[in-house]
Design a protein around this ligand. Structure first.
Ligand code: HEM
Length: 523
C-alpha cells in the first residue's frame, strides 16, 4: 500500500505540475507550485500512508528533510520528554534526512548499549565525522576488534601510578592558571575559563610535557581548527568544500607530524622517563606483536584529547555555576577538606582526594543534571533489530538513540529530579538506588571488565562496548580542580541571576552565554 500510494501521489503531483506548466507561463510561479505540491504530498504521505505497525510511531513534522531538526536542536531533552508523553518510550523522528529511533528508560538504555555488534554500530554512526578529526585507521575507522585493542592500550596507560603523579600536576596547573586573574574580585565566564584550564591540565597529564609546553606556540590553534571540525554540522555534513573543513584537515596532519616528531625523539634518545599516556602507547604492541604505528598513536592521542577536553571543561564549568548558586555547599565542601585532610592547606593527593565524598557527590550530581553527552547513537546495520521489551522492529539504516540525559531527570528514578542535590548520592534514598539493575553478562568487550549495568538510568559515561575509559581520570581531574578552586575563591552568581540554561548547539552541552561567575579571592 505504501508503494501504491507513493506511485499514485507521484502521478498526481506530476500531472498537476504539467498542467500548471501549460496554464502558467511564469517559471518562478511554477517553482512555487511544485514546492507546494511536494509539501502537500509529503504531509498527506505522513498522514495517510499507514506505517508498518511493527515499527515505532513516527513523530509528525511539517518540514520535509529537516524533519524535527529545529525543535530537537534547540531543546532536545524538552522535545524528547514531549514525545515520550505522546508516544511512549520508543518513537522515531526525522533529523535532517536521518531516521532516529529513541529508546528511553532503563530498558531502552540497555537495548541500545547492549545491542550486538553485528546488529548496530557506533562506527557507522560516527565515523564519517570522526575520521577527519582523529585520523585514519584508529577508533571508529579501525576494525571493531582493533579499536577495542586501542581502547585497552589507553586504559592500560591510565594506571594508579600515573594518577598519583597527575594530581600534583593538576593542582599546580590550576594554581598557576588562576594567578593570571590579577584582580581580587571579578567575573569569569565559566565555560571559556574552564576550557582554557582543562586543556592545560589534560595536555600536561595525558599528552605529555612536550605538547603542554608547545600549547601556546601553535598547538592550541591546531586544536581550535580541529575542534571546528567536530561540530554538529560535521555530523550532518562530514565533508563540505568550506575553509573550516580544509583547516581541520591541515590541523590533523600537522598534529600527527608533531606527535611523530616527539615519538621519534623519545625513541632515539631512549627517553622512557615520562609517566604519560603517550609513553604508554609508545611501549605497547598489538596482539600480533606489531608495534603501534606512529599515525595510530597520534590518532589515539587526538581522540583522547577530544574525549576528555570538552566533557571535563563543561562539567567543571557547570559545577562552578551550581556551587556559585549554593554558598552552603561551598562551605560544606571546605569543612569536608578540613575534617578529612586536616586543613585547607594540606597537599591534595590521589589518596586523600578519595576521601572527599561530598566533592565527588557534587561532580556526580553535575553529571546527572548536565551530562556533557546526553544522547548516544548507533546505526542499524542488520536488516532490522527488534526491541524485545516492546516488540518494535527498527529497520536497517535507522539510528538508535539512548538518552541518559532524559532518564537522569526522570522522577521515576530521582526525587525532585531538577534540584541540584549532591546529598542524594550519599543518602541513597532515590528510587534509582532501590532498582535492581544487575550487571551485564559478557562484560569484557576487549578492553577489560566493564563493571556496570547498561540498564542503569544514570549513565553519563555510557555503557557496554563503547563505555568511557576516561571516567577515573575525569573524576580525578575534576575533583582536583574543584577542590583547588574553592580554596582560592568565594563564588557567587551575578545579582538576580540563576544557573544558566543549557546550550545544545555544540557537541557537548554547555551553559548558555552569558554564564558569569563572580569570584572573590580568599587571601
Ligand atoms: C566514551 C563521557 C572523559 C575517553 C564515552 C562515552 C561517554 C563519555 C558518554 C560513550 C560514547 C558512546 O557510547 O557513544 C565522558 C565524560 C567525561 C569523559 C562525561 C568526563 C567528565 C573522558 C576522558 C577520556 C575519555 C578523560 C580519555 C582519557 C573516552 C573514550 C571513549 C569514551 C576513548 C570510547 C568511545 C567508544 O568506545 O566508542 N565518554 N567521557 N573520556 N570516552 Fe569519555
Amino acid at each position: 500500500s505504501v508503494f501504491l500510494y507513493g506511485t499514485l501521489s507521484l502521478v498526481v503531483v506530476f500531472s498537476i505540475h504539467i498542467l500548471s506548466q501549460l496554464v502558467c507561463p511564469f517559471f518562478f510561479l511554477q517553482v512555487y507550485k511544485v514546492k507546494i505540491l511536494i509539501f502537500i504530498s509529503y504531509i498527506s504521505t505522513l498522514k495517510v500512508v499507514p506505517r508498518d505497525p511493527n515499527q515505532p510511531k513516527l513523530v509528525f513534522s511539517w518540514v520535509p528533510f529537516l524533519g524535527n531538526g529545529v525543535e530537537f536542536g534547540m531543546n532536545p531533552i524538552g522535545f524528547i520528554q514531549k514525545c515520550q508523553k505522546l508516544y511512549g518510550d520508543v518513537f522515531t523522528f526525522k533529523l535532517v534526512g536521518k531516521s532516529v529511533t529513541v529508546c528511553l528508560g532503563a530498558d531502552g538504555n540497555q537495548f541500545v548499549f547492549n545491542n550486538k555488534q553485528n546488529l548496530s554500530s557506533a562506527a557507522e554512526a560516527y565515523n564519517d565525522m570522526t575520521k577527519h578529526v582523529f585520523g585514519f585507521d584508529v577508533v571508529y575507522d579501525a576494525p571493531h576488534s582493533v579499536f577495542m585493542e586501542q581502547k585497552r592500550f589507553i586504559k592500560a596507560g591510565l594506571t594508579l601510578e600515573s594518577f598519583r603523579a597527575h594530581v600534583p600536576l593538576i593542582v599546580k596547573e590550576t594554581t598557576e592558571f588562576f594567578k593570571d586573574f590579577k584582580k581580587p574580585t571579578g567575573y569569569m565566564d565559566a565555560y571559556s575559563t574552564f576550557s582554557k584550564l582543562i586543556i592545560c591540565t589534560a595536555s600536561r597529564c595525558l599528552m605529555g610535557k612536550e605538547i603542554r609546553s608547545a600549547l601556546h606556540e601553535g598547538v592550541a590553534d591546531l586544536y581550535y581548527d580541529l575542534d571546528q571540525g567536530f561540530q554538529p554540522i560535521n555530523f550532518m555534513f562530514p565533508n563540505l568544500p568550506l575553509p573550516s573543513y580544509r583547516r581541520r584537515d591541515v590541523a590533523r596532519e600537522k598534529m600527527a607530524e608533531l606527535y611523530s616528531k616527539i615519538i621519534r625523539r623519545r625513541k632515539e634518545e631512549n627517553d622512557t622517563s615520562n609517566n604519560d599516556l603517550l609513553q604508554a602507547l609508545i611501549e605497547s604492541t598489538y596482539k600480533d606483536g606489531t608495534p603501534i604505528p606512529d599515525h595510530h598513536i597520534a590518532g589515539m592521542m587526538i581522540a583522547v584529547l577530544f574525549g576528555g577536553q570538552h566533557t571535563s571543561a563543561t562539567t567543571s564549568a557547570w559545577t562552578t555555576l551550581e556551587l556559585a548558586n549554593r554558598p552552603d555547599l561551598v562551605q560544606a565542601l571546605r569543612e569536608e577538606q578540613i575534617a578529612k585532610l586536616g586543613s585547607l592547606k594540606a597537599d591534595l593527593t590521589f589518596e586523600n582526594l578519595k576521601e572527599l565524598t561530598l566533592m565527588e557527590a557534587c561532580i556526580k550530581e553535575t553529571l546527572r543534571l548536565h551530562p556533557p553527552i546526553f544522547q548516544m547513537m548507533r546505526k542499524v546495520i542488520a536488516d532490522k533489530v527488534v526491541f524485545e521489551k516492546t516488540g518494535h522492529e527498527i529497520p536497517k539504516n535507522d539510528f538508535l538513540c539512548a538518552v541518559p540525559g532524559a532518564t537522569q531527570v526522570d522522577e521515576q528514578y530521582f526525587n525532585e529530579p531538577l534540584t541540584y542535590n549532591p546529598y542524594r548520592w550519599i543518602e541513597k534514598s532515590d528510587p534509582v538506588h532501590q532498582m535492581e539493575v544487575g550487571e551485564d553478562a559478557n562484560a569484557d568487550y576487549g578492553f577489560g571488565i566493564v563493571g556496570i549495568s547498561s540498564r542503569s538510568p544514570f549513565l553519563p559515561f555510557g555503557a557496554g562496548r563503547h563505555r568511557c575509559i576516561g571516567e577515573q581520570f575525569g573524576y580525578l581531574q575534576l575533583k582536583a580542580v574543584m577542590a583547588t578552586v574553592i580554596r582560592l575563591y568565594d563564588l557567587s552568581l551575578e545579582e538576580g541571576k540563576g544557573v544558566p540554561e543549557s546550550d545544545y548547539t555544540s557537541m557537548v552541552v554547555v551553559p548558555k552565554h552569558p554564564a558569569n561567575v563572580v569570584y572573590t579571592c580568599r587571601e
